[in-house]
Each structure stands twice: as C-alpha cells, then as structure tokens.
Design a protein around this ligand. Structure first.
Ligand code: SF4
Length: 312
C-alpha cells in the first residue's frame, strides 16, 4: 500500500496521539474517511470508532460505511459502530426526519442552531461511550470509558475537520476540550485540505472509496447543487424533504407570514452568496424546484395544503 505520509507528518501524528485513548467520530464523508487512511498510514488504530445515523443518511453514505468497514476488517482493525438515538416511545418518532415532521419544523440548523446534530449525532455517540443507565438508550459504558475512568485519562475525540479555510475558521472558535473529552483534528496536523483528502483516499484506498458528501438529505445547509443532485438521483427523498419544508412553513410554528422570511429568501435569490446561505432560503429554492418537478402531487391530503405563492 502506497505510503501516504511523510516522516514528519507521521511523527506529528504520533506525538499527538500515541498513548492517548482515542475515539474516532466517523461522518461517512471525505474528511473522516481520509482521517482513517492517515491514521492507518501512521500505524495508529483508534480504540473505538462510531458513526451516528440520524435516520436521514443518504443510502450511499450507509453503503460507504459498509465499504469502509470491509477495509477495516481487511486491515485487522476494529469496525466502526453505527449508533442511533432511540427517542421515548411516546414521542411517536424514531428519526430526525420524524422529529421534524412531528414538531412541524425543520432541523435546528435552519434557524442557526445546532441542536439537531447535538441530539442526533453527538449524543448517541456519547451514549455509546459513556453508557446510559435507563430508558430506551440504556447501555453499558464502553470498555474505553471504563479504562478512562479507572486511569484518570481523558478520551480524545478524533474529528475530521480539514485544513481548508472553512474548517480552520470553524475550529478556531472551538474549545480543545469540554468537561468530558479532548478534541483533536488530525487532518489539521497534516495540513490536508478537502482536495488533499480526496487525493489521499483515491491513492490509499482506491477512488471507489471517495464518498459523496455526507449529510442528512434534508439538511438545511444543503447547497443548490446538492438539491439538483438529490432531484436527479433520489427524487423520492427530495419529495420528502419538500414535504418537511411545506409542513414547517404552514404548520403550527409557521413563519411564512413574516416579512423577514420572504425578504430573506429574496436576498438569498439575488446575492452570489445564496449557495452558502445555511438557512431556509436555499431550501425555499428547493421547494420552487420541487413544485416544478412534481407534476402529480402524492396522494396525501396533507400535501394538498394551500401551496405558497412565490413572488419576486
Ligand atoms: S446533517 Fe444537517 S440536518 Fe443532519 S444533523 Fe447535521 S446539521 Fe442537522
């Protein structure tokens, strides 16, 4: 297998990680896949790897998880554990999509908050490590957690933020640790941008293991090209995303009548930064797209609610 790292890169990783208790957070995207390749090239196997499924993962991301696990088995490494939050039965939902539909809202990222990823991504991985004493998520603590408790060491979460401008900006505002875990971003030690990560995966694991962008298929941060991709590749999921949007717009928390909402959409349409706008304006474009695409509305009375009229 081709050597991926220079000696100094390998040394930097080993200096940072040797002797630590390592829990890798796998997102099924380019960055975390490249992080695994780099760690293997440095001879550092994490003690545990987890992937949290929100129930809204793209099928290709789940397929990628299986492929990476096959690679890990071939290396003789531990596999990535897939975990999923189990809400209480009385909530009536079991996925983030169901959560949004039930509450007639969108993932919190649409409103500039992060509780969707905290609840559906971070929490189930933490539960898996720390254990839960009661309720639907009850499980024993992971042996790594028990080791950490017994030795007084802190577990290091390995997170796949890369060395591109966006991720460097993001991590600059993050703490190196919280009350429980330390955080290390191995790709930033290596200086790898996202493009470097793609190249590393192709060279080290094969181009078939370069994954698609991982995110919920209804993520409010979806860029316009992702919506077109979804429309072309998985139109039934686009319809479900549009249904979620429609329900949020017209449901009990509707903000559809607010002037700012339409204004924001108009702003989104007219500025070059629309593609980067991590809010509903991008998704509203999706609705418009969806209304054009869907010739025959689904046989579902809730879909037949008054269609919003978009004016420019
Ligand atoms: S991918 Fe988007 S919608 Fe899904 S948990 Fe993350 S921020 Fe929320």
């Amino acid at each position: 297998m081709e050597n991926l790292l220079t000696q100094s890169q390998r040394d930097a990783l080993r200096r940072a990680l040797d002797g630590r208790l390592l829990a890798l957070c796998f997102g099924a995207g380019v960055d975390s896949t490249a992080m695994i390749a780099a760690l293997h090239a440095a001879g550092i196997e994490p003690d545990v790897m987890t992937f949290a499924n929100t129930g809204g993962e793209k099928p290709l991301s789940l397929q990628h998880l299986e492929r990476v696990n096959a690679v890990l088995r071939g290396w003789g490494w531990r596999e990535i554990h897939e975990v999923q939050l189990k809400p209480k039965a009385q909530t009536g939902y079991s996925t983030l999509e169901g959560n949004c539909l039930k509450n007639e809202t969108l993932p919190s990222l649409a409103f500039g908050m992060k509780s969707c990823s905290i609840k559906w991504k971070q929490q189930p991985q933490d539960n898996f490590l720390k254990g839960v004493t009661r309720g639907p998520n009850a499980c024993a603590p992971h042996p790594l957690w028990l080791r950490a408790q017994a030795s007084g060491q802190r577990i290091v979460k390995l997170i796949g933020y890369d060395a591109g401008k966006a991720d460097l900006r993001r991590t600059a505002s993050l703490a190196d640790s919280d009350g429980t875990f330390d955080f290390i971003y191995p790709l930033q030690f290596l200086g790898w941008t996202r493009l470097d990560c793609v190249r590393a995966i192709a060279r080290y694991l094969g181009s078939h293991l370069v994954p698609i962008k991982s995110a919920c298929w209804f993520c409010p941060a979806s860029k316009e090209w992702e919506l077109w991709w979804l429309a072309a590749e998985l139109p039934e999921l686009l319809e479900r995303a549009l249904f979620m949007e429609r329900r949020a717009l017209t449901g009990k928390h509707s903000r559809f009548d607010e002037v700012e909402f339409g204004a924001s959409w108009e702003w989104g349409r007219r500025t070059p930064s629309a593609e980067r706008c991590a809010c509903s304006c991008t998704r509203l474009q999706a609705i418009e797209l969806g209304l054009l695409l869907i010739q025959q509305p689904p046989d579902d009375s809730s879909w037949a609610m008054a269609a919003p009229t978009f004016t420019r």
